[in-house]
Design a protein around this ligand. Structure first.
Ligand code: MN
Length: 751
């Protein structure tokens, strides 16, 4: 376990003033060429207002607060590449939210554009309201996305704000660190990715990993440091012949090797089940050309042929994002070649212009908008337009949409052509129906099939990159529930859900009329109170569901005679209480829950109350693991590991239902846990393993399964352990056995 080093802050007033001025001057220097006449005065004014407004505020670290807005402004200019307007808004970004300064004052002083941007920033700053419930949180995320579609500068400044907060997370409490980090992985890094801000995206992911899984992070960082010399030597050896040849051919270029982000190395270790030592592509080689815009493509391919003259390329690892840029505007040529010593090395070839887009994403697009890049520019624009359409539709279920949208953000892309040869970008796994909805909602709703490369296919047919698709429609067709099973895009899903709801509403109207007549007979109105009473009795989640059930006859209206009438109010039958416990357990209830015998390991909050809990199946925590408690709707408190695959989603969406938990020192109970082994097949291996477990360590083994194939084996062992320490001891002892090459903790499947 590593403890973060928090440098204690102590500076006197003089030193503080100097520090603030130094930071401010650095900002001016970064803005230099962009300052037009009169700008300097405006920036100065924003700085003064911010200094004055935050005068008495300090950050958790003890520093004067003003250092934060200055730092955010510097990130906005230096790392994202935005100009004076954004810098001024960054300086002022926390004033309206946290100080006396008002939007009107800002509008008077700077103008309406500034006030609008700061208003946007103020509206979305409440996302870290951890007390808010799910729908409020989802609503906040929706606001973020809406402002993004409105003026992208708002979200770019917000990302800079988040980046600076992540960089200075050390002084926050552990709970805050976890929640802010989870929110970062959940929404901000995917957004940075979608906007093409690769540098910021990987730094956000690395920092989030550092706080959610400090051990993993330090292990990989240490590994990278230790292998640095070897790596440099290898990179130099790899680069030398290419450099010489590029020089001889007269290219103006840069070539270097760059380590991959810690987070992406971790992803590889986790998904491929390999150790740090086994991750081969720890770095990529980058070649950046200064080419004239009309020679870009030609030059990149020339360089490709030079590289592959020296090293053999892997045929299935060529990615041409120059002919067809990624949806977020990324352009480059990627290839993986066999380097010296038989190691696969990824080489990325791009021009200085493409490189700037890769690093600064959206912001760089604006800069080149007047240039030639119309094609990819319009792609980003149409993505923003599409986002705006969905979000402003009042019938979009925000929470659902967010889930689908996040999937959209991450998946790979395929390129599909219309019969006229226009290209559309869709996520991998998209079906003919997704394509139809992508073109037009009406086309999707009426779709009965498609012709893919002139061959007739059903609407559920999965498309491949390069397919040419023609949609076949019928005016009799309408969307049905099962369509949701085979569309993958957020757009198709939200449109289908919308149609289904509309349909249900139409039928519901009939049911409502029937119910109205029944209640008329009983002399009571169809009031909100009465409808609610009926919903509870018939167990319907909403009035619409109630009306729909009446219309289709799935509930028995004869039961109405069991109700009693007081004035104009209906009351459900008294003896039979049908109230379901669909509400959450309140925190109070959890706190006062009497401890059950034998299962009292968790300490809740700051007090030392012990309460009843369940261990989450998805990550199977054991004492010693870093954990948090989560109040579920039906099963009380569940304990998850902070590195559980579901953790980020839970923490970001249901922050208010998370409770602080830690393990008590109590060794009476053991927990079922598992390890996975790999090694060389050997007749005595099972005996050796069982000797260690039941003999040396005296543990209870529940099951062991060994699979051997071609001289190697893989085994899963389930054992009862008391805590993390015991499990670690077991892994160590097994790892020391001859013939065993790897031991790791068994991860359960996702729930
Ligand atoms: Mn801020």
């Amino acid at each position: 376990m590593t403890t973060a080093t928090v440098t204690t802050y102590n500076k006197n007033e003089e030193e503080e003033k100097k520090l603030i001025l130094r930071q401010y001057r650095a900002l001016l220097r970064a803005l230099k060429q962009r300052l037009k006449k009169g700008d300097r005065r405006l920036v100065r004014r924003a700085f003064e207002i911010s200094v004055e407004a935050h005068r008495d505020m300090r950050r958790k670290s003890g520093e004067p607060y003003i250092l934060h807005p200055i730092a955010v402004a510097r990130i906005v200019v230096e790392e994202i590449g935005l100009g004076v307007t954004s810098a001024i808004c960054a300086l002022l970004h926390d004033t309206v939210e946290d100080t006396e300064v008002t939007l009107e004052e800002i509008e008077q002083e700077f103008g309406v554009i500034f006030a609008k941007i700061i208003d946007g920033l103020t509206k979305i700053s409440n996302v870290v309201d951890l007390k808010a419930d799910t729908t409020v949180q989802a609503e906040n995320f929706r606001k973020i996305l809406l402002t993004l579609a409105d003026d992208p500068r708002v979200i770019l400044i917000k990302l800079a704000d988040r980046l600076h907060n992540m960089r200075t997370l050390d002084s926050m409490s552990r709970e805050k660190q976890l929640k802010i980090s989870s929110e970062t992985t959940y929404i901000y890094s995917p957004l940075a990715h979608r906007l093409g801000l690769y540098e910021i995206k990987s730094e956000l992911e690395d920092l989030a990993l550092k706080y959610t899984q400090p051990e993993v992070y330090t292990e990989i960082a240490k590994g990278l440091k230790e292998t640095k010399r070897d790596r440099s030597r290898y990179i130099n050896e790899f680069i030398r012949p290419i450099r010489e040849e590029l020089q001889a051919s007269g290219f103006d270029f840069e070539i270097y090797g760059r380590p991959k982000a810690i987070h992406s190395i971790w992803n590889k270790m986790r998904t491929k089940h390999v150790s740090f030592e086994e991750v081969f592509d720890l770095f990529a080689i980058r070649i950046i050309l200064s080419s004239a815009i009309e020679k870009e493509k030609e030059d990149c391919w020339k360089v490709y042929s030079i590289v592959t003259n020296f090293y053999r390329p892997s045929p299935d690892r060529l990615r041409d994002w120059i002919s067809v840029p990624k949806g977020n505007g990324y352009e480059a040529l990627h290839t993986t070649v066999m380097g010296p010593g038989g190691r696969w090395v990824e080489v990325q070839i791009r021009t200085a212009r493409m490189n700037e887009i890769a690093e600064k994403g959206l912001a760089a697009h604006w800069k080149y908008k007047e240039g030639n890049a119309q094609a990819q520019e319009s792609k980003l624009d149409s993505w923003l337009q599409h986002l705006r359409d969905i979000l402003t539709n009042p019938d979009t279920d925000t929470l659902d949409f967010l889930q689908d949208f996040k999937l959209d953000l991450f998946t790979e892309e395929i390129y599909i052509y219309t019969p006229k040869g226009d290209m559309r970008v869709l996520p991998k796994g998209a079906t003919a129906l997704d394509f139809a909805f992508d073109i037009h909602s009406e086309l999707g709703a009426r779709c009965i099939g498609a012709k893919v490369n002139y061959r007739l296919v059903p609407i559920s047919h999965q498309l491949k990159s390069g397919d040419q698709v023609e949609i076949i429609t019928s005016s009799k067709q309408k969307p049905s529930e099962d369509w949701l099973g085979f569309v993958t895009t957020a757009k198709a899903k939200s449109r289908i859900k919308y149609y289904l709801k509309e349909e249900k509403r139409k039928i519901g109207d009939d049911g409502k009329a029937v119910l109205q007549r029944k209640l008329d007979h009983m002399n009571v109105p169809l009031s909100q109170h009465n409808v609610n009473e009926l919903c509870v009795y018939f167990k319907k989640p909403s009035p619409l569901d109630l009306f729909y059930a009446v219309a289709v006859g799935s509930l028995d209206l004869k039961e109405l005679k069991n109700f009693s009438v007081h004035g104009d109010k209906l009351h459900q039958p008294a003896k039979e209480i049908k109230l379901e416990s669909r509400s959450l357990i309140s925190e109070d209830e959890v706190k006062h829950h009497k401890p059950a015998k034998g299962a009292e390991l968790i300490i809740f909050g700051e007090s030392s109350d012990r309460i009843k809990y369940k261990l989450a199946q998805c990550c199977q925590p054991i004492p010693g693991d870093d954990v948090f408690g989560f109040i579920t709707s039906g099963e009380g408190l569940k304990i998850h590991r902070t590195d559980c695959p579901n953790a980020a989603q839970l923490l970001a969406n249901y922050g208010h239902r998370v409770v602080k938990t830690k393990w008590a020192k109590n060794k009476e109970i053991s927990f079922l846990s598992g390890v996975r082994l790999t090694g060389l097949d050997d007749v005595g291996v099972i005996q050796k393993i069982t000797n260690v477990i039941s003999g040396e360590l005296n543990m209870n083994m529940r099951s062991i399964s060994i699979d051997s194939r071609d001289g190697t084996f893989e085994g899963n062992i389930m054992v009862f352990v008391h805590d993390r320490e015991e499990l670690d001891a077991l892994c160590q002892a097994l790892g020391n056995l001859q013939g065993i090459t790897k031991v790791e903790r068994l991860e359960a499947q996702q729930e």
